[in-house]
Design a protein around this ligand. Sequence first.
Ligand code: 26Q
Length: 793
Amino acid sequence: MPANQFAESIAHHLKYSMGKDPEHAQIADWRIALSLTVRDHIVDPWFASTRATYAGHHKRVYYLSMEFLIGRLLEDAIVNLGLMDLADGALKQFGVSLDEALADEPDAALGNGGLGRLAACFLESLSTLGVPAYGYGIRYEHGLFKQSFVDGRQKEAPEDWLQQDHVWEFERTESAYTIGFGGTVATKGKSAVWTPDEAVIAQAHDTPIIGWAGRWANTLRLWESRSTKLFDLDRFNAGDYAGAAEPEAWARTISRVLYPDDTTDEGKRLRLKQEFFFTAASLRDIIRRYDYEFDDISKLSDKVAIQLNDTHPAIAGPELVRILHDEKGLAFDDAMACAQKCLNYTNHTLLPEALERWSVELMSDLLPRHMQIIEQIDDAHHKAYPKRTVTLHDEHQVKMGELAFVMANRVNGVSALHTGLMKETVFKDLNALHPNRIVNQTNGVTPRRWLLSANPRLSRLISDTIGTAWVDDLEQLGRLEAQADDAGFMERYTAAKRDNKAELADWYKATHGVALDPEAMFDVQIKRIHEYKRQHLNILEAIALWLEIKGNPNADWTPRVKIFGGKAAPGYVFAKEIIYLINSVAAVVNADPVTSKVLKVVYPENYNVTLAERLIPAADLSEQISTAGKEASGTGNMKFALNGAPTVGTLDGANVEIRDLVGAENFFLFGMTADEVVARREVTDHAAKAIEADPRLKRALDEIAKGTFSGGDRDRFKSIVANLSGADYFLVASDFSDYWRAQREADSAFADRGAWAKMALMNTARSGWFSSDRTIRGYMADIWGAKSVTADL
Ligand code: 26Q
């Protein structure tokens, strides 16, 4: 398309789709007009994809997830459609900067962290690979809260991504389902009739997800809850205006806000309602589409593969059985077998407190028919496996992990280590009964967003060196290894990182008023704040380092900037204390004239996908320091490695596989293994012993206790000090000494810039396996039995 035509299309949309006079258009208006123009380029491939799927009667993959952490969409679409130069040139004609337009888009944060971001990477890879697929989730009016710091403490404010026109979605008024709750069950022969006493409407909104090179587009279908009645006219006419709007307001609460908790099983009725709401609507939609195309419902699994992203949609098991048995008339056992062939479950955590359980009372009250079916599933499972029984409910609770497992064809973990631990721990008994059901699918990340678009400098160098095929064949990066001895290439590789760091420093100075030295090592830890992720281990090391530098200021220190990013669940008190401590340490350390040239601690507010895209390309060192056995996989770790930041990390999650691939010599390993962690917990006073054995750790804790970071207030961080010197469940103290050692090794390595650049390059060159394209191929082959349709075209 010629540049003029592209510009004309923008002008046309501004005027006729948006009713804006270009004279008065703001940056948001230009951004939306550009989005509408780009969107026009998506529609044809989108329709073609749907038609090809129907024409070939292909199997479809359905990815059910409570969370899709998609971030901004415009740049992704422009990059995948190859429209960057056109868009840039066209906006210039109007005197508008493309960068500013891209930066104006709100970041869609319909997720908490890794699980939600994984779902977003998977959607993009499914489209890139040309697999017929739908993502199904909830269209939250408010995504993850906005984080700010007030005097160092986290403050939450509502997120409002839908304040401006959101032109990426199409509302489908014809796709709406009534979803019931509560009520009664009447028996009818062998099956039952459920009559709910409360109902809401699930209204579909579709967002096309375009794959690389615009070859294929799938749909993300998000459900919005609406009232079945518009408003109560009688109450309105009686003058009760607030009361009249109540049914509408009440129904809408289901899709009002994303649960910001990723630790505790919130015992909330609303959460269970959200789960059933989107799962039931999605299943109805899936079956409607199947019925339109095929006759024999018992063959559903030939054409339908459903992936449950954790247990949040696990009610899909009983709901699908209910539809097949109560509504479609299959015998109960046939209904159960049919559902099992369609469903698959991904586990993302082994932390006991994060495994979902619902009380039998709540389940019976909200979903009475489903509770009966859960009992029947349990009985059927017991009958089939009489020797060992695994009950789906004990202590009057329904265990959603067990339910998802029993109702799944395949169950998967998200890294080799995690899958192994699943078999040995939470699902030990079920694994013994169903030895082939658990499979591993190590996570991956989309290289289009996390390299091509987030790191244009490095991408350009890669494409200049090995061509552009790496973009959808990431293992081609291996060819970069041969460049390690080419001085010209290494100079450009180093320059790309230096320029990314300078850009980050400029942004930080402009937004936070603090200067960062781009020559220093940028040491980055970005992820949700959690005790098991051990941000407190990192900040303790910062304190110890600060003290060490103060004691010997003229030594040859490797300058470091420690960068933190991440949100704490609003109800997670200890995580919020860690944030407060990091900010308090930053304030003291950054103001110290003796040390501030070689050590800074910074914590930009409101970490999100957009900030990750800024930080990762500028990182020198990737902090992946969780207690071994606790991080299911990690995906940030992969993004850093790909962008040339070696890891300092434990043998946890996918770190293990990263180290195997990039080479032990290009990874700063420290800490106990998962087995050693279990053994160490048995040692009496393990924390006290570790502190006694390491004077640096002792001093660091003493400084906190003395009030050095709290204006002399000795009580402020009492809970942290008490935890770390007491129970210390996540073994921060026991891993400290080895962490310190690994960090000093990183310091020395960084001082040799040439050698460091080679380590970084090996991380880039050997991380191609961590593409989510590889992960999706694994799911296609081992779990879904789905095919790439573009591969046949
Ligand atoms: C549960 C009940 C009630 C409210 C909220 C929740 C809830 C919400 C989100 C529970 C868990 C989550 C998110 C978990 C998560 O993000 N896990 C991460 O998944 C990544 C993708 O597989 C892994 O890489 C990370 O290791 C894992 O922590």
